[in-house]
Structure formats: structure tokens, C-alpha cells
Design a protein around this ligand. Structure first.
Ligand code: SF4
Length: 371
């Protein structure tokens, strides 16, 4: 990836397919275009708004004061190979992009702009076509979430027990693959330990052994005991019925609280956004930070952005739809863009493909893990 270095800024430029020369302007989203022969001069010939699909520019300010006296009168154009440049892993062709992807494929740098035809606050263009395309790809129902997701926990139990099972499943699901969570829930059920009363009475060591190998099983066993006790003391063995009360339970975050409200109480307060929903919505250009066109950096930002335009009837189905899509096709590493029927509408299509030789760490952190 070519880079241009200025005295107070480093600009990374990705240009395709024509040899466009880009020079920095005062506003990061506007570019000065010059023909190759003009590139050695300092006078921009015209100012154009560059298409996102053609040009991406990343600007990183250093900490030097912005005293214009320090700026050289003639900008120096120089190729650099600095590893600290913030590159977007999805572009995926340089070594550093590959390194970023291997280290943490779900981290979406906050300073990266959304490659989307969408304006802030508006529905993304073609979102209904995209959603329909994903639905068709998900028809086979072969993703782990379809049979082993939290929504399936205790689905044969009476409502009160079912609610508790969904809450426990949500707690266990963080940083854990769906089949592992499902196995733990099945063992708790088989041992009669899927009610607040039973868990409150059970030995913590026993719970720990039954839920192993879910991620952070020791801490989760401790939290399960505390949650069971709170449910017994404050809610007569049932679970809290508001987002606020659910968030007060140890180990329960917004993603889990919304899932429990949606599934356990059939009361839709918000979208359940896990790591798959967060990643895919950003790849599709469906979400952005409030008042900007930058990608969201946390699932909570994604939830808020998505809720600003997605019709409410989609708030519940969007989670299993995108989770399954993320488990099977739009995977964290090496998304299968060649098999994806919406690739023509996706601004990230084929931008992640070359980057992805999963390290052992990436393999462990897994395709199906959730927040
Ligand atoms: S084209 Fe690729 S990146 Fe885009 S949604 Fe499909 S699999 Fe994901």
C-alpha cells in the first residue's frame, strides 16, 4: 500500500485501478487529483470527491503541535513502511493488514470510514435486497446457532424455567462457541441444575465441572450462584423483567439482556448485537458512529446505529440471521465472498480474502465465538 508522509501527518493511500495520485487537503474526505506528470509539482489541478470504492485514505495525526511554522513549504512525498500506520485489516493485502487480521479479526478500527453508499441517519441503500439475500443463503439452517443458540435453551420447559435457562445460556455464551454452551446447558439440565433454587443450593465446584469447558467457567460458576441467589431473593425464583434489572446481574451485559428480554419475556427493547452482528453490519456499511460515517467500534455503538433505521419487526430475527451468516459464510477470517450471493451489493466483498492465515490464537478465538 503506498504511503505519503507529511511532516505532521502520515497518509496511507489505496488506489485502484488507475494510477491516481492523491495529495492531502485540509478536509480528509476531499482529495487533490493530479496527473502523473503533475505529481511532482505542488499545485493541485482539480479537487474531486473520490469514490469510496476507488480510493481510501487514512489519516493519522501525530502529537506534534499544529504550528504551521513547522510545516515545510514544499510537501515531501515519500514511501514509508511504518508498522504503526492504522491500516484497515479488511483491505488485507499488506503484511501489516494481515498481521492485524490475525491478531484480532473482530476489532474494527474506529477511525475508518464506512465504505457505503449510505448517508448518516438514513437506511442503507438496498438493505432490503441484502437482507433477503442473506435470508436465502440461510435457508438451509445449517449454522450452529440454528440448533444450539441461546434462543433454543430450555425450549421444552415451562415459561419460568425457560426464562432462567435462556438467562443461564446467555451468561455461558460469552467467549464460547454455540456447541460448547449447548453442551453445558444440557449437562446442567440432566443434573437438575437449571433452576434458581437448584443452582442456589448446588456446590460451586459441581457447577464449575458441569459447565466446563465454556470460556471463563470459574468466574461464570461464581456469577451463576450469585444470579440464582438474586433471582430467589428478589424475583421469587424468576428472572428480572427489565433491561435495567437484568444489567444489574453479575456477568450480564447489554447483548445478553436484550436477548433475554426478546426470548424470555417476548418484550423487544433493543437488538441483540454480538460480535457477528457487529462485524457484518460494519462490513455491509449498515452502521456508523453517531454523526459520522466512521465504522462503529463496539457492539453497543452498532446496536444504537442499527436501531436508528432498522424496522422494529426485524430487531429480533436479525440476530440469529446474521449470527448464522457469520458462522457459515461471512466469517471473521476469510469470509466466503465467492459463495456469497450479495457480494455485488457488499462494499467489503473480497477485501478480506487474501489476509487470512489464521494464527493459532485466531483459531482458538474461533469462528463461532460470541461476545
Ligand atoms: S461479500 Fe463477503 S464480506 Fe460481504 S457479506 Fe458477503 S461474505 Fe461478507
Amino acid at each position: 500500500m503506498p504511503m505519503i508522509h507529511f511532516s505532521n501527518r502520515i497518509v496511507v493511500v489505496s488506489v485502484a485501478p488507475s494510477p491516481l495520485v492523491v495529495m492531502m487537503s485540509e478536509t480528509p474526505r476531499r482529495f487533490c487529483k493530479a496527473t502523473p506528470s503533475e505529481s511532482n509539482t505542488n499545485t493541485p489541478t482539480s479537487i474531486v470527491d473520490a469514490s469510496h470504492s476507488q480510493v481510501r485514505v487514512f489519516v493519522r495525526r501525530n502529537k506534534r503541535p499544529r504550528n504551521k511554522d513547522h510545516l515545510p513549504k514544499v510537501p515531501v512525498t515519500k514511501k514509508l513502511g511504518l508498522p504503526e500506520i492504522e491500516e484497515f485489516a479488511y483491505c488485507g493485502t499488506s503484511e501489516s493488514a494481515q498481521w492485524k487480521s490475525e491478531m484480532n479479526s473482530d476489532v474494527i478500527p474506529a477511525a475508518i470510514e464506512v465504505s457505503s453508499p449510505r448517508s448518516c441517519g438514513e437506511s442503507p441503500v438496498h438493505w432490503e435486497k441484502v437482507l433477503e439475500g442473506i435470508r436465502k443463503m440461510r435457508c438451509s439452517g445449517d449454522a450452529p446457532v440454528d440448533t444450539m443458540g441461546c434462543e433454543k435453551a430450555g425450549d421444552t420447559l415451562p415459561p419460568k424455567e425457560r426464562r432462567f435457562a435462556v438467562l443461564v445460556s446467555s451468561l455461558l455464551s460469552s467467549q464460547t462457541k454455540d456447541p460448547v454452551t449447548h453442551g453445558a446447558i444440557q449437562r446442567l439440565l440432566e443434573n437438575g441444575l437449571l433452576t434458581a433454587e437448584a443452582i442456589n443450593d448446588a456446590d460451586e465446584e459441581t457447577i464449575k465441572k458441569l459447565i466446563y469447558p465454556v470460556g471463563f467457567y470459574t468466574r461464570k460458576a461464581t456469577n451463576l450462584k450469585k444470579i440464582a441467589n438474586i433471582c430467589l431473593m428478589k424475583y421469587k425464583g424468576d428472572i428480572p423483567s427489565t433491561i435495567e434489572q437484568l444489567l444489574l446481574l453479575p456477568g450480564i451485559g447489554p447483548k445478553m439482556a436484550h436477548l433475554v428480554m426478546n426470548v424470555g419475556w417476548d418484550n423487544v427493547q433493543g437488538i441483540c448485537v454480538d460480535t457477528h452482528v457487529h462485524r457484518i453490519c460494519n462490513r455491509l456499511g449498515w452502521v456508523s458512529r453517531l454523526g459520522t460515517k466512521q465504522k462503529t467500534s463496539t457492539p453497543e455503538e452498532t446496536r444504537e446505529s442499527l436501531q436508528r433505521w432498522l424496522p422494529k419487526e426485524e430487531w429480533v430475527p436479525i440476530n440469529p440471521l446474521l449470527v448464522g451468516f457469520g458462522q457459515t459464510i461471512c466469517t471473521p477470517l476469510r469470509p466466503r465472498c465467492g459463495e456469497c450471493s450479495i457480494r455485488e451489493l457488499c462494499p467489503s466483498a473480497f477485501k478480506d480474502t487474501s489476509s487470512s492465515i489464521p494464527s493459532s490464537k485466531s483459531k482458538k478465538s474461533g469462528l463461532n465465538k460470541k461476545l
